[in-house]
Ligand binder design. Sequence first.
Ligand SMILES: *Cc1c(COP(=O)(O)O)cnc(C)c1O
Length: 421
Amino acid sequence: MHHFSYKNGILHAEDVSLEEIAKKVGTPFYCYSTATLERHYTVFKQVFDGIDTLICYAMKANSNQAVLKTLANLGSGADVVSEGELRRALLAGIPPEKIVFSGVGKTSFELKAALDAGILCINVESEPELHNLSRIASEMGKEAHVSFRINPDVDAKTHDKIATGKSENKFGIPLKDAERVYAEAARLPGVKPTGIDMHIGSQITDLQPFDNAFSRLGALIRSLREQGHAIDHVDLGGGLGIPYKHDNLPPPDPQNYAKVVRHHVESLDCRVIFEPGRLIAGNAGILVGEVIYVKQGEAKTFIIGNVGMNDLIRPTLYEAHHDVLCIEEKKSDAEWITADLVGPVCETGDYIAQDRSMPLMKSGDLFAVLSAGAYGAVQSNTYNTRPLVAEVIVKNNVYEIIRPHMSVDCIINIDNIPKWL
Ligand SMILES: *Cc1c(COP(=O)(O)O)cnc(C)c1O
């Protein structure tokens, strides 16, 4: 569900014409819809009515402060994975007591920053990290509240690059080591285990892996409590998938996911934390580009646009599908072709869509790449000395630039030429 639709033949974000924004801001640009962000957050929150929940939006999906603030205003917390993200979250008004910190490689500097900020919980992912945190917190005279991220060894049945809960993945502590690690933490100074955590992957469209993982976690919580650990919260991570293709069966909606969650947590009597990222932001954003050339190759037709893999890496990195729409709605008698929508980057992997049936576009035509709100702008880079593109957010009939187009100077000027040259 999202708020990008045609009005009078022009694609709009809520009540704002994307053609208008393109004229004023210039392409390419990411465009986010406030109503869609709010709806996704609210729907997810509501399906857990009656349970003590905290939603810690996984801000790595989209960390623009305007997005964060929109969610913070609804009561959202944040799941951060770096000191930089922690700072952004705090600046956007997310209170420290609603922030959890995930990641396999938190540095001493990052752990200190988390302790200084007084965040809700640090999700520890290894024994070396536990010992480092214990040392740092003791030196600071603080007690760190920790959860251990448990790797339940379940196959999330998603793309290999976004599966995180299998035994061969780098994430979390193996289930079989969990009791020993909790016992170790209880002995160490400066750390207090208060919760338990998991996150088995992203774009998960089958509820069975969640069901399996939650049941393993539930059993572990029961034995940890028997061993005297006061587990007051369980963090079930994120990972619920979203529809990327308009003609596909939708993935399990939050209602069905909530049924699975309730089945496992209702008897646990503890607070439940969620870390959804993609579910909140994915379909709340699009990437708008412009056709540069239409090139008739020997074997294929190439629509060459001004958005490349540096702007949106998901198609080539995850073999991801993104629907593409023309900003000007095509008439029913428009000519349709099968073509590749590619960018200008000098890489064969630089494509947005391959062998896609789409209306024939011409130079100057505007198009929208849908479902680009999560893991889009945040993964963009300046490869080929291509500046980061602008980001815009719409609310009803107004919009604002929330990150301007970066200038080429900005990229070039950070180079330093050594004195000997
Ligand atoms: C990436 C990530 C998430 C969010 O995953 P989504 O699929 O975007 O919901 C949540 N928790 C952790 C620890 C993550 O690394």
